[in-house]
Design a protein around this ligand. Structure first.
Ligand code: SAM
Length: 492
């Protein structure tokens, strides 16, 4: 059985995959997600229909950039379709690459995401508040024009940086600054000039590197159009096919900097020359295969522990309903993914230090600290929830902690219920269990044993009151429409 996690593939499906048969409406059948419920709780079954959809089911913005431990859009849809109506607010306090808020916006709901990782925030913000296709085209044309006049200068800089990588004498402009005039562009994302890290110099062909440096310094992450282009650029930065700018590492995550240095010197590897503008335009074309989402959402940058207050403030500021009817989220897994380290090249592009991001995030806790963290998150969230809100939390068991047996990683979802959710007054509607095939997903991260890093995933279905609990139970078996993109407007 496939995992909920989705970091194998991020490119559009082949025609063969497109023809994968999809029933229009699937009535739930029993059995695929077994439920473990205390005996007094009525049984309900959540059919994992998202697993029988084509791999890239959902809005065409979803595969903008790969993101470790993201869940499929179909999982978000299974809850959005059952538990909300158009106009309702849907929250995700750990939004990652923005799966829940984007799919909510694409279905006419108000999707609001929050993440403490600036890379995740960039992806979420780009997806829930995108520019029009015309705006993107105009901006790309003007960037090409500027590039045509300045290419020589950038080529010389790239050549000098490649010839003396890491040298303090060769400084490259930071994100959002301009060559020769550092710090003069608009926005808050201006970073000072700095030497080019050796591994970055090794990752690209010098001509491609010149374009990457130009785009990095020209794009302003605080501007809606540039933000979309920057997020798209992170998605094509590295990968093994001709659609990526560097071939030195896979698309799913960054290989360790030391590995990059060793690999390049051992194999005399030279990344092929790729045209950044052409690849960016190609990717933009694929992303805009579907109309932009029906509603505009909100992306917040911050700690999930106080996301509830910030969710309400941001919704109030836009004159929108302040309380959510649904949360679909997956918190960081217990010591499984280092979001900074595994994205160091993308974070360099954005001007962030990968280890500082890892210090910031709550992805390195042992069990007890994790449960305290989750309790604080659930406490903070209550303020932003409607009386009949449903809260779906995807939590993976963690069998191994960086290769060693994990302490308290098994039955983590049940512990989150007992020690984090119940004490904060939540009610339990059910716990769905998903058996993951060993050998998939985490394998690349921790070596041979890594296929067992997470074994079972559970979806905790919670509510804040009796109304929400009934809604959660009654809605679990509702048949939903899996046509995507929708052929007819969905029923209210
Ligand atoms: C399992 S991922 C979520 C993936 C998401 N469901 C998706 O489909 O892309 C967990 C996320 O939690 C974020 N995170 C870690 N600690 C956090 C904190 N204290 N507050 C908010 N977000 C945090 C990480 O940056 C990561 O994006």
């Amino acid at each position: 059985m496939a995992s909920l996690l989705d970091f194998d593939r991020v490119e559009p499906p082949t025609p063969a995959e497109q023809t994968h048969s999809r029933p229009r409406v699937q009535a739930p059948t029993n059995g695929q997600l077994a439920l473990q419920l205390p005996s007094e709780i009525p049984h309900l079954a959540i059919e994992p229909e998202w697993k029988s959809q084509q791999r890239l089911w959902g809005h065409s913005f979803h595969p903008m950039c790969s993101y470790l431990a993201s869940f499929p859009a179909g999982l978000a849809h299974a809850f959005i379709a059952r538990y909300t109506r158009p106009g309702d607010v849907v929250l995700d306090p750990f939004s990652g690459r923005g799966t829940t808020p984007l799919q909510a916006c694409a279905e006419g709901r108000i999707g609001v995401g929050n993440d403490l990782n600036p890379f995740a925030h960039l992806l979420t913000a780009a997806k829930v508040d995108p520019p029009s296709r015309a705006e993107i085209k105009t901006r790309l044309a003007s960037l090409r024009l500027v590039w045509a006049g300045a290419a020589g200068q950038w080529d010389r800089l790239a050549d000098a940086a490649v010839a003396a990588p890491g040298s303090e004498a060769i400084l490259v402009p930071g994100p959002g600054s301009t060559l020769g005039a550092p710090g003069q562009s608009a926005g808050t994302s201006v970073r000072p000039d700095a030497p080019l890290p050796i591994e970055v110099a090794l990752a690209f062909h010098p001509r491609t590197l010149a374009q990457v440096l130009f785009l990095r310094s020209s794009l302003d992450a605080d501007d809606r159009i540039d933000r979309f282009l920057l997020a798209t650029l992170t998605g094509i930065l590295h990968g093994k096919s001709g659609s990526y700018l560097s071939a030195v590492m896979p698309n799913t995550f960054s290989m360790a900097p030391r590995y990059v240095r060793d690999f390049v010197s051992r194999t005399d590897f030279h990344s092929p020359e790729r045209d950044a503008f052409t690849l960016l335009e190609d990717k933009v074309r694929r992303l805009y295969r579907q109309p932009v989402p029906a509603t505009r959402g909100i992306a917040l940058l911050g700690d999930a522990r106080d996301a509830g207050v910030r969710f309400r403030e941001s919704l109030r500021a836009r004159g929108l309903p302040e309380r959510a009817r649904l949360v679909v989220t997956s918190p960081p897994y217990l010591r499984v993914v280092k979001y900074g380290y595994y994205n160091w090249l993308r974070l360099w592009l954005l001007g962030y230090d990968a280890s500082a991001i890892d210090d910031l995030l709550d992805d390195a806790h042992h069990r007890d600290a994790y449960l305290v963290f989750m309790r604080e998150v659930l406490r903070g969230l209550r303020t932003a929830l409607a009386d009949d809100a449903v809260v779906a939390i995807v939590i993976g068991d963690v069998e191994l902690d960086r290769g060693r047996p994990a302490n308290g990683g098994i039955g983590l979802a049940e512990s989150v219920w007992e020690l984090a959710a119940a004490p904060e007054g939540y009610r339990l509607a059910g716990v769905a269990i998903d058996d993951i095939a060993a050998g998939r997903k985490m394998t690349k991260l921790w070596g041979d044993e890594a296929g067992q890093a997470t074994k079972l995933e559970r979806i905790l279905l919670l509510s804040t009151g009796e109304g929400g609990r009934r809604r959660a139970i009654n809605g679990a078996s509702l048949p939903i429409d899996w046509d995507w993109p929708p052929k007819t407007p969905r029923r209210l």
